[in-house]
Structures are given as C-alpha cells and as structure tokens.
Ligand binder design. Structure first.
Ligand SMILES: Nc1ncnc2c1ncn2[C@@H]1O[C@H](COP(=O)(O)OP(=O)(O)O)[C@@H](O)[C@H]1O
Ligand SMILES: [Mg+2]
Length: 277
C-alpha cells in the first residue's frame, strides 16, 4: 500500500516563466525508503516541500496516508510528517539537545514523565543521549543532524523527508547519517523519502527517482538505475566510486555476484583475487 501518491503534479513559482515541476506522478509504498536524485535546480526541494505539506500543489494531486493535500487537510497531513533539512544550524530550536527534542512534543499533551521517556528513547536511537544537556554550539554538524532526526521522530511521523540532510557534513558525518537513515528503514520507524546528492545513499535505498528540469527522467531500483549508464550520464550524475570501479572490473572480466559492496568489502574482494592469481 502506498503512503504517498502524487498524480500529475505541476508547480510554477510566482513570477517564473518555467515550471519547477512538470507533470510528476509517483508513489511511495508504506515503510519503503525512496531516494530522489538529480542535479541542482532539478526541482527536488520543490517536490520535497510539497510532499512535506509546506507548499500546496497547484495542478495535480498529492495524497498522504489517504488524505488529499489541500487547505482543509494541511494540519492533519503535517502531523504525519517529519522533515530534516540541509543546514544543521537552522533547525536547532532548543537551547539544549533535550530542549530541541522536547520542542516538537509540546503540542502533544504528554505528561513530563512521558515526555522524558520519549526524549530518552529517540536520543538513544540516534546515539545522542549522552549529549542531552549540551548546547548546539558544542556539537558537530553530524551530531546536530542526529538531534534533528530525533526531534522529527519523537512525535512519531509516518513519513520522514530528508532534503540533502548530509550535504553540509564532512565525509564522516555524511556516512554516519546515511547509516542512521538505513537503520530507521530497517526498524521500519517511518516511510522515508530522501533527496540526496550522495549516490551511495541512493544505492542502498529501495527505489530511486531521477529528476531533471522538473520532470521524472528515470525511476527504478538502484540496480536498474545504476546499470543504465546512459541514464546516469544524461542526467549529469556521477556513480559512487566503488560502483564505478566494480563496473570497470566487470568489463575487464572479473566476476561480481553482488555489486552493492562497501569500500571495505571491495578491498577484501580485491585481496582474495590477488591471492588466487
Ligand atoms: N522560492 C523560489 N522562487 C522562485 N524560483 C524558485 C524558488 N525556489 C526554487 N526555484 C526554482 O525552481 C527550480 C527548482 O528548484 P529546487 O526545487 O530548489 O531544485 P533542487 O532542490 O533540485 O536544487 C529552480 O529553477 C529554482 O531556481
Ligand atoms: Mg534542493
């Protein structure tokens, strides 16, 4: 069953001659992990903002959990959605980590005990419970994004939307947050839509959409998408390094049963080749 259904969605910003989204149709099944990739200006954030009920659709329809996204359902839909954005600093609203998670819970009439329990649960989940009384200035970008994820999860949204949540982080932070997103998917904590420049992240998702100039130019499983060199090139995307290397090695005649290897696994595999030749 799909949690998100977008049908013939188009959107043009005021005073713009070209639409930012043109006739987009897509579905996101419940508990799946979907990534949206595409170069800058392709319409990813516009799509994320509409699915996230920040903006309303102009043409076409969006439904979230069987509710049609219109003015009447705006608040009901927003209550089902958590969003995590690119900039770790602009999302931190509390004066401490604990405050930040509590902030999103304040309208939900929890008792102080319940609140405390929920905060502990989600801070533990993202590995930030030891930082509970820290101020934002003392945290790294990756740690702030973890808190943003805990804050979003705390009110139990059905849908979590990440818009380039890893793009301002250093490589370690990026990897940590990508792992955390995968973990959320494994635990089926929410349906996940992630807009990302990090194609390694798309590689581990269930399904990928490619946007270009406001249109969907490609859709498929990561295996389907990344095997289609023409699609990748045409949309100015760059394969993750390990996958690029694996594809070159395959062309050169090396057998690979599984193309979704991490860098460490690939290195191990290359060592086994080395010792058998
Ligand atoms: N607030 C805005 N007002 C006018 N045009 C916008 C606005 N935000 C985005 N755009 C335009 O809409 C198109 C899609 O932008 P966006 O959705 O931000 O793409 P992406 O997230 O893929 O980089 C771009 O041409 C961009 O310039
Ligand atoms: Mg964007």
């Amino acid at each position: 069953m799909s949690l998100v259904k977008v049908t013939n969605l188009s959107f043009t910003y005021p005073n713009q001659s070209h639409p930012a989204l043109k006739n987009i149709s897509l579905t996101v099944p419940k508990n799946s992990y979907v990534t949206i990739i595409g170069e800058n200006g392709s319409g990813k954030s516009t799509l994320a903002r509409i699915i996230g009920a920040i903006s309303l659709p102009q043409n076409g329809q969006v439904s979230i959990d069987n509710l049609l996204l219109d003015k009447a359902h705006l608040n009901a839909i927003r209550a089902k959605i958590g969003m995590v954005f690119q900039n770790p600093d602009s999302q931190f609203v509390g004066s401490t980590v604990e405050d930040d998670v509590a902030f999103g819970l304040e309208n939900h009439c929890f008792s102080p005990e319940e609140m405390n329990e929920i905060i502990t649960k989600y801070l533990k989940l993202v590995g930030m419970n030891d930082y509970r009384f820290r101020t934002p200035e003392s945290l790294s970008g990756g740690q702030k994004q973890r808190v943003a994820i805990a804050s979003a999860l705390a009110y139990r949204p059905k849908l979590l939307i990440f818009d380039e949540a890893t793009s301002m982080l250093d490589p370690q932070g990026r990897q940590e947050i990508s792992k955390l997103i995968q973990n959320l998917k494994l635990r089926q904590l929410a349906t996940i839509i992630s807009v990302t420049h990090n194609l390694s992240e798309a590689l581990v998702s269930d399904y990928v959409y490619i946007l270009n100039h406001g249109e969907i130019q490609g859709r498929g499983t990561p295996t389907e998408i990344f095997a289609n060199q023409e699609l990748i090139t045409k949309n100015h995307l760059k394969l993750p390094f390990t996958l690029e290397l694996i594809q070159q090695l395959k062309k050169a005649g090396f057998p690979f049963e599984n193309e979704q290897l991490s860098t460490t696994e690939l290195v191990q595999y290359l060592w086994t080749l080395n010792s058998t030749t």
